[in-house]
Design a protein around this ligand. Structure first.
Ligand SMILES: *Cc1c(COP(=O)(O)O)cnc(C)c1O
Length: 359
């Protein structure tokens, strides 16, 4: 297991500072402190303040912790929707949110395009209470430009706009001024162990959750937007949380802030550019997203045809573990996460090895 680099999008490569932060957490006995203590409140505030800086989250947005992004799908539908949702669907993750809304007995509609494509038409039903956008569809390697999110807002002033940013952050800049809610989990771009979700929402979400509760339409669940909010006021969580995970998030975010988001973005763009170049110029391989504006910078999907196994082996011999294709594409694609945990050097090595692959 020594010296391998994980390119699967999630769980992915752990950011290099994490082992030291874990040791420090145990030295300070972080996993034993009470989640009702002042020490925990400081850990909570350190993580949320750091995220506000890193992601340029405007004042007025609240940040709470869930178990996963998957949990956010269910809580959002329960807390924010009386009847109608609308989902932009272009792969497995955007589809799962749509299916969660249906499972919660909402009238969910979808605007769907084929895998490998993004969206051209920003029109949404005017009566949708929540519109689900996806900044980066990890299963297909397609990103959604901020400009498109602005167009969705321009066409729909009322709906709550909610963005799945799980595999897009911290890289992808978000148009916060037109958004109401953003969520992600930490095992992708933040290079942390899985098991923590981050849910960010604004006053419009709070007002909607209160209206649904006041109308007696909310079915209680162990977490709701309002139960999170009640505890967030004290920098606390409703239940006993994974304190270690929140501590580690705060530390890694501090590391990212020290490195600077501009540098992280420039490096991400450089690494994406050399990988797309290596795939585009290869006689046996290609990129699964042909349209440049939709090509994800943070999760590159390579179309490798019959060569998936051979290429995977070729890279693994050198300690680079590619991610499998997703679902039905498992054997024709390989996926490469491009997160802050993946150094420029390891990306240069990856691209050299791809260049030297002859089937
Ligand atoms: C991984 C992923 C999820 C699910 O995250 P969990 O932490 O497993 O709940 C949701 N959306 C996208 C885009 C993802 O990549």
């Amino acid at each position: 297991m020594n010296h391998v680099t994980h390119f699967a999008p999630g769980p992915s490569q752990i950011y290099f500072t994490v082992p030291d932060h874990i040791r420090e957490a145990f030295r300070q006995q972080v996993p034993s402190i009470s989640h009702r203590s002042k020490a925990f409140e400081e850990i909570f505030a350190h993580a949320t303040d750091g995220l506000k800086t890193l992601l340029a989250i405007p004042d007025g947005f609240k940040i709470v912790f869930t178990t996963s992004a998957t949990e956010v799908w269910e809580r959002a539908v329960q807390s924010l929707v009386q009847e109608k949702t609308c989902h932009f669907v272009n792969g497995a993750f955007s589809k799962k949110f749509f299916e969660t809304a249906k499972a919660q007995k909402k009238t969910a509609t979808k605007i769907e395009v084929m895998d490998g494509l993004g969206f051209d038409n920003p029109a949404t039903p005017p009566d949708a209470e929540l519109v689900a956008l996806i900044a980066n569809e990890t299963s297909t390697g397609v990103c959604m430009p901020a400009e498109f999110m602005r167009q969705v807002r321009a066409g729909n002033a009322n709906a709550l706009l909610m963005v799945d940013a799980v595999s897009a952050l911290p890289y992808q800049p978000l148009p916060w001024e037109v958004l109401d809610s953003v969520y992600f989990s930490v095992q992708k771009g933040f290079g942390l162990p899985a098991g923590l979700g981050v849910w960010i929402f604004n006053d419009r979400c709070i007002a909607k959750a209160k209206a649904i509760a006041a109308a007696g339409l909310y079915l209680p669940s162990y977490h709701s937007l309002l139960s999170f909010l009640e505890m967030e006021k004290k920098n606390q969580t409703p239940e006993t949380p994974n304190v270690l995970a929140i501590y580690l998030l705060g530390k890694v975010v501090e590391d990212f802030n020290r490195r600077g988001i501009d540098i992280i973005r420039k490096e991400t763009e450089y690494k994406a550019a050399i990988l797309y170049q290596a795939l585009d110029s290869h006689p046996l391989l290609s990129t699964s997203v042909s349209e440049k504006k939709w090509r994800s910078k943070t999760s590159v999907v390579a179309h490798v045809g019959d060569h998936a196994f051979a290429l995977f082996e070729h890279l693994s011999k050198h300690g680079l573990l590619a991610g499998d294709g997703y679902g039905a594409k498992k054997h024709q694609q390989l996926r490469f996460a491009n997160f802050p945990a993946h150094s420029k050097e390891v990306y240069e090595k990856l691209c050299d090895l791809i260049g030297g692959f002859h089937g």
